[in-house]
Unconditional design. Structure first.
Length: 426
């Protein structure tokens, strides 16, 4: 455990490692937000023919358009200026941005030379918080050795050695769910979970907080997910050791079944989920962003104060999400009565958009033979007039949209990053 430091407040400077999908969009987010007064982006290698190629990479996006129009509207003017080619200095909408093109290993980046306190680690490569900072292949802990006070991983933690516990200084946080658990005296590496876990957590939280739906017996989730760069554009030969052969198939013309660790990660931010039987899977479809969670949940019926079971209806379910949306000043959960398709919601600033018109509930009855119930005393069974009991079970199907790139995930990562930086200087 590193010793606790008292940090002196200073000019806020953000570090971003990688200009991949989330790294680039994280830069967009903070250019628009204007909390950080300077941003240092580590690419770790040359790009194209020079800094102008990086400027174009930052400015243009096949999904969201140009940064100036995305942030300020169709009449906005271009906002990126090259200040110093050799030193990698840009000015983006008045924010100084320095591009580093030398070190790939986090421990060698030298964040301290630029006054960086918080780093958004967006490569997707450094997911194991138990790996030593001087590991030749790099480590998320290396950002701390390089001068950062906190490194925030834009993906879930994955400990390769299953025998090792999660370090005390590592924690998984989702903004709007458990982000206030961050303790600057203790936490130095943070996982912002995944885009799917972020959307799912904001779907589950209102259910657990409502008395009528708090007793979830079992649940399952499928995410109909846009493609990611971990997939292949065309069919290719899998790497040695690859277990999921489907990810080597073409993203252009296939629906691809795969796995997700969203259910496991969910229990780290909402501990109550550990008591629920939860299954999760992912269905990759050939779209560039905007994904859909299909959540199935089975509840016990709610017994009111008069001792009678209150049937849960679709309208009651939708009201839970309407209230969650209306009572949240940040609108992390948005309820929609409209008939949406995926492109309607690209870029929407919400953790999840509930598709109210498609939600539905059914109540079924299960006949249980009490003589088959384990450990039920035979003497008790003889006192009953009948040996079977009919139990009502409520099944709900809930649909939630989330922009797995900018609108849902990158914005929540930006919220979390800003919150953590402010927490360092109370």
């Amino acid at each position: 455990m590193a010793k606790v430091e008292v940090f002196e407040k200073k000019r806020p400077v953000l570090g971003i490692n990688s200009l991949g999908r989330i790294g680039k969009l994280t830069l967009w987010h903070h250019i628009g937000r204007k909390y950080f007064q300077e941003i240092i982006v580590n690419v770790g290698r040359g790009v194209g023919t020079g800094l102008s190629a990086i400027a174009q990479l930052i400015e243009k996006d096949a999904t969201y358009g140009n940064i100036h129009r995305f942030l300020y509207g169709i009449k906005a003017k271009r906002m990126i200026q090259i200040v110093d080619e050799k030193k990698g200095k840009l000015l983006i909408d008045g924010i100084p941005v320095t591009i580093l093109r030398e070190a790939r290993n986090p421990a060698e980046i030298g964040w301290r030379n630029y006054g960086v306190d918080v780093v958004a680690e967006c490569t997707g490569k450094y997911q194991d918080p138990t790996v030593a900072p001087d590991d030749k292949n790099g480590s998320i802990i290396g950002h701390l050795a390089s001068g950062a006070k906190v490194a925030i991983n834009s993906s879930p933690f994955k400990i390769k050695n299953k025998g090792l516990p999660m370090p005390d200084e590592a924690v998984t946080l989702i903004y709007g769910i458990n982000h206030t658990a961050f303790d600057y005296k203790k936490h130095q590496v943070v996982s912002a979970a995944s885009c799917t876990t972020t959307g799912l957590a904001h779907m589950i939280k209102p259910l657990l907080e409502n008395e009528a739906t708090s007793k979830i017996l079992t649940a399952s989730m499928s995410t109909v997910h846009a493609v990611t760069n971990s997939q292949s554009i065309l069919d290719k030969t899998p790497k040695s050791g690859d277990k999921d052969l489907r990810k080597s198939r073409s993203t252009l013309n296939n629906i691809i079944l795969t796995s997700t660790n969203a259910a496991e990660a969910l229990s780290q931010v909402i501990p109550e989920v550990k008591d629920i039987g939860f299954m999760a899977d992912s269905i990759r479809v050939p779209t560039n962003t905007e994904s859909l969670i299909v959540l199935n949940a089975t509840f016990q019926t709610h017994r009111n104060t008069s001792g009678k079971d209150t049937p849960l209806t679709t309208e009651m379910l939708n009201d839970i999400y309407r209230r969650a949306s209306g009572n949240d000043p940040e609108h992390l959960v948005v309820f929609s009565d409209e008939q949406n398709v995926s492109t309607d919601l690209i870029g929407v600033d919400a953790a999840v958009v509930i598709e109210g018109q498609f939600n539905h509930i059914r109540t079924a009855f299960i006949d249980i033979d009490l003589s088959h119930v384990p450990d039920l005393p035979e003497a008790f069974l003889k006192t009953l007039s009948q040996s079977t009991m009919r139990i009502p079970v409520v099944h709900a199907k809930i649909f939630g949209w989330y922009d797995n790139e900018y609108g849902s995930y990158t914005n929540r990562l930006g919220d979390l990053t800003t919150y953590i930086h402010k927490s360092l200087f109370p």
